[in-house]
Ligand binder design. Sequence first.
Ligand code: G3P
Length: 215
Amino acid sequence: MKIFIDTANLDMIKEINSWGILDGVTTNPSLIAKEGTDTRTRVKEIAGIVDVPISAEAMSLDAEGMIKEGRELASIHENINVKLPMSIEALKATKVLSGEGIDVNMTLIFSPQQALLAAKAGARYVSPFVGRLDDIGLYGTEILEQVIGIFFNYGFDTEVIAASIRGPVHVLEAASMGCDIATIPYNVLLQMVSHPKTDEGIQNFIKDYEKSKKK
Ligand code: G3P
């Protein structure tokens, strides 16, 4: 499974890239606002530090505006793909942008039917939001299994990005289902590394090593 980081923070991106496990970066308007910058500036900076796909979200709500913004964002760097929130206008824009070789990440996907339409329109990625489905009392990761099954049935090459990941169990379920990608917040990546028995084991090895040195 490919691991993307879901952040617009440069230090976090640099740190996770240094682990040797980073396959991509996703941003959204809320993550960009948190950094006190704008999408164009920040995705250009990200493209300067990592050589992986980077999602940048377009803000227009009509197809014409999405296409214009999408072309502008994609022209910033070859690694940039355009995030469009699911709608009829976004489907129209996806058809045009994908026809021009610009990758689209269809975001705010909350049903497998939306994902099917996005794939048919030519989206390179779909991003089902599992955490926000949990938030309304549903079993969020179920949508991943459904979308993966539909794409398999019809041979779509659209990749499924598990998004709105809130903890390591979401990652475990996405990976167990064969999800192509998970876009993971920094704090969850840290949680995935640690285990109390690992920490305990390291401490015990250090103690025993120190003892053996004294003999
Ligand atoms: O990738 C989408 C993600 O940023 C949304 O996460 O936690 O705001 O639902 P969250």
